[in-house]
Ligand binder design. Structure first.
Ligand code: ADP
Ligand code: MG
Length: 246
């Protein structure tokens, strides 16, 4: 099971009208790995997520989730997927528990099982004690943790996180980065994490560096450092995303 590819993106291209946002993108995320999708603003990270979640239709190329094509077998494919979007999407007036119960019901999870799953995920993220608090009163880091717990309720095989730590203070960021990395290994979950914050990369992560809609480098950290002859991920990233003048 270790080598199972949870997400397979092949030769994916996409344009907003005449604006080409992705060009022949290939991405593989094996089970149990954190794949960091690194790219500056406008690189195409959220567009890739929008195609994986089928917000937009894939016309050129293919996307498979645990072997299911998102176009031909979209129900099976999307049931393998948990998503934390770039913009927070919790109901601020409800409690943590109410937000999660609502989501579990949407996924057809029965009440007893929902209680158990909610407790499990909130405990993992150190949020169970806050389950009765209104979401509006939580700090940004805690809100994000609730969204991560929610994305995991139906036990997906692949978790997509679109810049989940932007705007958070350092301790909150660090806690989320650590939680998600530990979870990927423990639950054999595949994670695709979009970010432009290089310090979120761990040594055994996979990297996909994207710039102007194209993959500039991909592989494990050591492979990317080798191909760019760089001594750190920051240097590799800077080199790969440098604007070409002319
Ligand atoms: P990232 O998430 O890496 O910041 P995006 O995927 O949001 O990048 O954007 C990729 C490119 O597509 C950018 O040039 C952006 O301006 C453009 N873009 C994104 N969304 C739209 C849209 N709805 N309509 C037109 N262009 C868009
Ligand atoms: Mg984005």
């Amino acid at each position: 099971m270790n080598n199972e590819i949870a997400l397979q993106v092949e030769q994916l291209s996409f344009a907003y009208g005449k604006k080409q946002a992705l060009k022949m993108v290939n991405v593989d995320v094996p089970t149990g790995t954190c794949c960091m999708l690194l790219g500056p603003n406008g690189a195409g990270k959220s567009t890739l997520f929008a195609l994986i979640t089928r917000l937009y239709d894939t016309r050129e190329g293919a996307i498979k989730l645990c072997g299911y094509d998102v176009k031909r077998n979209h129900l099976q494919a999307l049931s393998q997927l948990g998503v934390v979007f770039q913009q927070p999407t919790l109901d601020m007036d409800l409690t943590v528990m109410q937000n999660l119960r609502y989501h579990a019901a949407l996924h057809g999870i029965g009440r007893m099982q929902a209680s158990q799953r909610i407790q499990e995920e909130l405990e993992r993220l150190d949020m169970y004690e806050r389950r009765k608090e209104q979401v509006r009163k939580l700090n940004g880091g805690h809100k994000r943790r609730v969204e991560i717990a929610r994305a995991l309720l139906h036990e997906p095989r692949l978790l997509l996180l679109d810049e989940p730590t932007v705007g958070l203070d350092m301790p909150s960021r660090k806690a989320i980065v650590e939680h998600v990395h530990a979870m990927a290994e423990e639950k054999q979950l595949a994670v695709l994490w979009a970010t432009h914050l290089i310090d979120e990369v761990y040594d055994n992560d996979h990297l996909v560096v994207i710039h102007r809609g194209q993959v500039r480098a991909a592989g494990c950290v050591t492979e990317v450092l080798q191909t760019t002859a760089a001594e750190s991920v920051q240097v590799a990233y800077d080199t790969l995303t440098k604007e070409v003048r002319g």
